[in-house]
Design a protein around this ligand. Structure first.
Ligand code: SAH
Ligand code: F3S
Length: 478
């Protein structure tokens, strides 16, 4: 299923490429796993290294430096990356000059383990230490190992203009917050990405304007929890209560930021991810309703439909609170698409809890979903305090029931567009045929239609004649 908060499967780990800079003669092979935030971080890394003489390459064999931006969210994500590290090490036997580095969440979680015990890499850099890369790269070039996994309370890379990797020239990401303070008991992110901080709105607006001038037509504002965005002159979210009166009075929250971005680039499509039910305000919904260019799509992970489980997950809201929020979305933004993340088989989940998840899904009828079996992560509150007691078989069965139901609802949502005319932003060729365009509507549904005289980046009206559970099929009408 099309994915907004998770990089599409096929793009996971693809070599990331950007324009060549003349005079740069070192070769960087960089891959990114996990969330969109990681992809955007890889763009920041490539930008920093471009100034150090590196051009990107898609050939592992010719690389001077191989970097992998890693994900720790589930055990399987880490296993995938270990396999990649083994592959790099096989290539290194042929090209011993090649240096290997891990970036991101696994670097943060495993710290020196990669260097000392496993000896699989030369370089380990956590998500807040990319500015140190020029020094760290010099260290490894002189034959030493290098590591920086210090987490920061301020770093937002606000002044680093990311180079765009594997870009279609149409859609780009802008990070607006880093880290997360929510401490969901199952989640490793607060440990790997540190405390929550927000980026200076002026730098966000500038980046949006720059992208518009470069011809981009769609931006996605990124954060682990965008609704929690809060700018009061800098500083951690948790210190807001101690800020001066004036700083508090002039603070900018996510609803206001959305509005500022919508006004700054009035013809740019604006998306955002990820929203957290406990932090999403009615004001955000009103900003969305007010501005035509803010897309009608909310990724609103809930994880479970059972209040008892929500409590164990430390999600800070009940099933009823969530339903109220869904009702408000439907009231304030008619035709808003909503997607979920679900976790099947969290600690102590009973059949009744699972049924509550299915019934919540029936209520919402999500457009899209990203569904996972619970995977215990070392160091999390759940790993320390709760027993991972749902048998794998049961987790898998519940997960497949959730996925099947989601597929049914996905198809139902797609069918609602059949017979209607929708506005599509053209992103590129359809996967199946170069005679067809692929694009998305405001609700993030993928559409394909025959090419006539359009080009990538055009906004066109498409009449939808048919659909599958993942694709709208239509023809251009204006
Ligand atoms: N707020 C973040 C969430 C990151 S994790 C964001 O930007 O999307 C993405 C999803 O992975 C979570 O919503 C959750 O459904 C899932 N997930 C997180 N930890 C998990 C675990 N230990 N086991 C299974 N799934 C997990
Ligand atoms: Fe993880 Fe919960 Fe934050 S899922 S990223 S701790 S909102």
């Amino acid at each position: 299923m099309a994915s907004e908060n998770i990089i599409e499967e096929k793009k996971q780990g693809q070599a990331l490429i950007t324009d060549k800079i003349k005079g740069n003669n070192k070769k960087l092979f960089i891959e990114s796993y996990g969330c969109q935030m990681n992809l955007n971080d890889s763009e920041i890394v490539a930008s920093i290294l471009a100034k150090e003489g590196f051009n990107t390459t898609h050939l592992l064999e010719e690389a001077d430096l191989v970097l992998v931006n890693t994900c720790s969210i589930r055990e399987k994500a880490e296993q995938t990356i270990r396999k990649r590290l083994q592959k790099y090490n096989r290539v290194k036997r042929i090209n011993p000059e090649m240096k290997i580095g891990v970036l991101g969440c696994m670097a943060e979680r495993l710290k020196t383990k990669f260097l000392e015990e496993e000896k699989m890499v030369d370089l380990v850099v956590g998500p807040d230490a990319y500015r140190d890369l020029p020094n760290l790269v010099k260290e490894i070039e002189s034959g030493k190992d290098a590591i920086n996994v210090i987490l920061s309370k301020e770093e937002t890379y606000g002044d680093v203009t990311p180079v765009r990797l594997n870009s279609n020239g149409v859609s780009a990401f802008i990070s607006i917050t880093r880290g997360c303070d929510n401490m969901c008991t199952f989640c490793v992110v607060p440990f790997t990405r540190g405390r929550e901080r927000s980026r200076d709105p002026q730098s966000i607006l500038k980046e949006a304007q720059d992208l518009w001038e470069k011809g981009y037509k769609e931006i996605t504002l990124l954060g682990q929890n965008v609704d929690s965005y809060l700018w009061y002159g800098g500083g951690l979210k948790k210190d807001f209560k101690n800020a001066s009166e004036i700083a508090r009075a002039t603070a900018i929250d996510f609803a206001k930021l959305l509005e500022l971005v919508a006004q700054e680039v009035p013809k740019m499509r604006i998306r955002f991810a990820t929203s957290n039910p406990q932090d999403m305000s009615i004001d955000v919904l009103h900003s969305m309703a007010k501005y035509e260019n803010i897309c009608n799509y909310i990724h609103l992970p809930v994880q479970t439909g059972s209040t008892r489980m929500l409590e164990r997950m430390n999600r800070q809201h009940t099933r009823e609170d969530y339903i109220k929020l869904i009702d408000n979305i439907n009231k304030i933004i008619p035709e808003c698409a909503i997607s979920q993340d679900m976790i099947a088989g969290f600690c102590g989940e009973t059949e009744e809890d699972h049924k509550a998840t299915l019934s919540l899904m029936e209520y919402v009828k999500y457009d899209f979903g990203f569904m996972f079996a619970y995977s215990e992560r070392p160091g999390t509150l759940a790993a320390k305090k709760l027993e991972d007691d749902v048998p794998m078989e049961t987790k898998k069965r519940r997960l497949s029931e959730i996925i099947n139901l989601q597929q049914k609802h996905g198809l139902y949502r797609m069918q609602q567009f059949v017979g209607k005319t929708v506005e599509i932003l053209i992103e590129g060729d359809s996967k199946k045929s170069s005679e067809q365009w692929m694009g998305r509507n405001s609700q993030n549904a993928v559409a394909v239609f025959p090419k006539t005289d359009e080009k990538i980046g055009d906004l066109v009206m498409v009449h939808i004649d048919d659909c599958t559970s993942a694709t709208l099929i239509g023809r251009r009408v204006a």
